[in-house]
Design a protein around this ligand. Structure first.
Ligand code: SF4
Length: 89
């Protein structure tokens, strides 16, 4: 199950995670359109390979494996996925 970016990312958007993801599945990056307006960063569940690299990079501990998302953040599984459903192909 793909990794998930949870609530602590909002207001931080540190983006260190985007530099280590081997499959470039975390967006928007600071140099992409929409970064300034984005509430947080999002992991594309269709592309994440569960490599764990991003989790340790996050300075606010916002990233968890999909099957370890705390109950209070369960909605972030769908929030991450929905971001990519809304993006043009
Ligand atoms: Fe990218 Fe790996 Fe994090 Fe998935 S677990 S978002 S592939 S760095």
């Amino acid at each position: 199950m793909a990794y998930v970016i949870n609530e602590p990312c909002a207001g931080s958007k540190d983006a260190a995670c985007t530099l280590v993801c081997p499959v470039d599945c975390i967006h928007p990056t600071p140099d992409e359109p929409g970064y300034a307006e984005a509430v947080q960063l999002y992991i594309n569940p269709a592309e994440c390979i569960d490599c764990y690299a991003c989790m340790d990079e996050c300075p606010v501990s916002a990233i968890t494996p999909g099957d370890m998302v705390p109950p209070k953040w369960q909605q972030y599984i769908e929030i991450n996925a929905t971001y990519y459903k809304d993006q043009p192909a």
